[in-house]
Design a protein around this ligand. Structure first.
Ligand SMILES: [Zn+2]
Ligand SMILES: [Zn+2]
Ligand SMILES: [Zn+2]
Length: 323
């Protein structure tokens, strides 16, 4: 049984999820529960796109979403044994896996335009479904691509977790955003985009609807962010035309990243408020974190990140310019 435990000294929660230890690790399609034809090896699907005919849990899908077989969060968790004076809570939530392609070896760099949009449409549909459940305060979506990014099964997939609390990263982004908004009267992310575009020194791509920037203070070499130009606190709905340019930006720049750094592991994370949320100081975005350097004692000891690559140089290398 999973449980949330509050750190007694910090505003930080830890998730203890013993079930997760039983997760299989596999690299080959023969032993892969996410490959077409192996649908019976996963829990029954909650969403499948692209299957024109054929029964539920049969091949023919382009994107398939299933409950995580080894969930960290469940709908009806057992109440943990209390340990006064310490604070703990049941890990109430949802944990799903989205298989993003029937092709075992595909990745964002090889996805077609249509596949990228299909994945983001499924993301939006499940985000909406999870957000509608009672007690869900936040939905986090992420991909662990590559062993150094924490992946256990090599078939391309994302994870979606509906959480009973707003996690510390979002709380901190909101607090910092609100402070900036109070001081300057505008959304700090909108101001950031406006400040970066004229010089282009940290602009990977400025599309009409979506921009891709390298942050001024990146935590990792080659880190980049994707943001909508228009102010919005929440990732768009399943029918929104913005999904096209977002998918294109993800595909293009992840493909470029794997060209510059063959075999690189990375995480990408969607930071968004729940659908329908309007917030003047919060602007949803995708953070792409390449894992080329390990976080060590300095990072754990200080909460500060340290690496060798200024973002302006990362930009030049991602653009293929001489350095
Ligand atoms: Zn597979
Ligand atoms: Zn904004
Ligand atoms: Zn963020």
């Amino acid at each position: 049984v999973s449980e949330l435990r509050k750190d007694p000294f910090l505003t930080r929660w830890v998730v203890l999820a013993p079930e997760r230890e039983k997760r299989p690790r596999s690299g080959t399609p023969e032993a892969c529960p996410f490959c077409p034809g192996h649908e019976s090896e996963t829990p029954p699907e909650v969403l499948a796109l692209g299957r024109a005919r054929g029964a539920q849990d049969s091949p023919g899908w382009t994107v398939r979403v299933i409950p995580n077989k080894y969930p960290a969060f469940v709908r009806s968790p057992e109440t943990p044994v209390p340990h006064p004076p310490f604070l703990s809570a049941p890990a109430r939530g949802v944990h799903e896996v989205m298989v993003t392609s029937p092709d075992h070896t595909a990745h964002w760099g090889t996805f077609s335009d249509a596949q990228g949009v299909e994945v983001l449409r499924a993301v939006s549909m499940r985000r909406d479904a999870l957000a509608a459940l009672a007690g869900i305060e936040h939905v986090v979506l992420f991909e662990n691509a590559g062993d150094a990014a924490g992946r256990t099964l090599s078939h391309p997939h994302l994870q979606l977790v509906g959480l009973p609390i707003l996690p510390p990263v979002l709380t901190e982004e909101l607090r910092a955003g609100e402070a900036e908004h109070a001081a300057r009267g505008c959304c700090p992310y909108c101001s950031w985009i406006e400040a970066e575009l004229p010089s282009g020194a940290r602009v990977l791509e400025a599309g009409p609807d979506v921009v891709t920037l390298v942050p001024f203070a990146p935590r990792f070499p080659f880190e980049f962010w994707i943001l909508p130009r228009g102010h919005a606190a929440a990732f768009p709905g399943p029918g929104d035309p913005l999904l096209g340019p977002i998918a294109r930006a993800l595909r293009t720049h992840l493909a470029r990243l794997t060209e510059v750094l063959p075999g690189v592991s990375y995480n990408w994370i969607l930071h968004s408020l729940l659908p329908g949320a309007a917030h003047p100081a919060y602007h949803w975005h995708i953070e792409v974190l390449p894992r080329t350097v390990h976080t060590g004692g300095f990072e754990w000891g200080t909460g500060m990140f340290l690496h060798h690559l200024p973002p302006e140089e990362a930009l030049r290398r991602l653009r293929g310019e001489e350095v």
